[in-house]
Design a protein around this ligand. Structure first.
Ligand SMILES: NC(=O)c1ccc[n+]([C@@H]2O[C@H](COP(=O)([O-])OP(=O)(O)OC[C@H]3O[C@@H](n4cnc5c(N)ncnc54)[C@H](O)[C@@H]3O)[C@@H](O)[C@H]2O)c1
Length: 293
């Protein structure tokens, strides 16, 4: 697919790359999502950034949407420096107009929309009794309502373009819950229901909607959270070694799964829950020091 004209007022100068995605510097790429256009929320850091990099490396044009403008611009510019097509749109997903603008930016800049990765997330620890109304509302707004807004504005473009793929980044907590992630677990549970509802509603439009469970990834945010709770690096390393496959998952582990769901390789996969969690959500018995069947 040839690239459409650049619309300066959406992604501006930040879009320009001296080379197309197929020239990604120093990396072997197979073009698994060549010609596709993707919006990734929460793409300034962590898992979202890794997904944006992976999709760009494999030939997609990517719009990074995030509340953190400085880190987001940095991430988009690193993708362009590696030869990819990327732009950043400052977006707080709790606001409907900002979600609409991020989707619009993709269509105006790159001409279409094929992939939406609802990844923006916030996971402050709080038990039931520690959860204020304000915290509950904000956690649900970031982790659930934002995905609803982005889907709402993405679906018409995907339908018009003959189909698309929506990947909702969920959590094992959306299935099993966790006492100190009361609001977050509720939001991620809602996201699973949204996934299945959308998958059914738009299958005939060839829009696939899947739920991905990332496992436990030591992103900067997660490390900061865990160390603030008194866990040392060694504690975290040991916790990783105790996981079923012997280590924490990485951003790359998740990005490969997103790449698969975004690509036509998964054209018959919808309403699925894809666990990239070494089986933690599915294994029957979970005990300290190991797993027993
Ligand atoms: N790290 C893990 O172990 C883990 C496990 C399961 C699920 N997840 C999920 O993966 C996703 C990414 O998590 P991460 O670990 O990379 O976290 P992270 O904190 O590294 O990245 C989250 C990104 O979302 C952005 N963001 C936060 N609020 C936003 C908002 N209102 N609008 C737009 N952007 C916003 C942040 O600026 C950041 O760039 C989240 O949905 C999280 O719930 C993470």
């Amino acid at each position: 697919m040839s690239l459409p004209q650049v619309v300066e007022e959406t992604c501006g100068d930040s879009l320009h790359s001296s080379r197309g995605p197929q020239h990604t510097r120093g990396k072997l790429m197979t073009g698994r999502v060549s010609g596709k256009v993707a919006v990734i929320t929460g793409a300034a850091k962590g898992i979202g950034r890794g997904c944006a990099e992976m999709l760009a490396r494999e030939g997609a044009s990517v719009v990074l949407a995030d509340i953190d403008a400085e880190a987001g611009e940095r991430a988009a510019s690193a993708i362009r420096a590696a030869g990819g097509m990327a732009c950043f749109v400052s977006t707080d997903v709790v606001h409907e107009d900002q979600c609409a603008a991020a989707i619009d930016a993709a269509v105006k800049t790159f001409g279409r929309l094929d992939v939406l990765v609802n990844n923006a997330g916030w996971f402050p620890r709080a038990t039931l009794e520690e959860t204020t109304s304000e915290l509950w509302d904000r956690v649900l707004a970031v982790n659930l309502r934002g995905a609803f807004y982005c889907c709402k504005y993405a679906v018409p473009h995907m339908r018009g373009g003959g189909g698309g793929s929506i990947v909702n980044v969920g959590s094992s907590n959306g299935i099993q819950g966790l006492p100190n992630l009361m609001a977050y677990a509720s939001a991620k549970g809602g996201l699973l229901s949204l996934t299945r509802t959308l998958a059914g509603a738009y299958a005939r439009d060839r829009i696939r909607v899947n739920y991905l469970i990332p496992g436990w990834i030591l992103t900067e945010t997660e490390i900061a959270l865990q160390t603030s709770r008194g866990l040392s690096e060694e504690d975290l390393r040991q916790a990783g070694a105790g996981l079923p496959l012997g280590r924490h998952q990485t951003v790359k582990d998740v990005a490969y799964a997103v790449l698969y769901l975004a690509s036509d390789e998964s054209s018959q996969v919808t309403a699925a829950v894809l666990n990239v969690d070494a089986g933690v959500t599915q294994l029957p018995v979970h005990r300290e020091g190991g797993y027993v069947g």
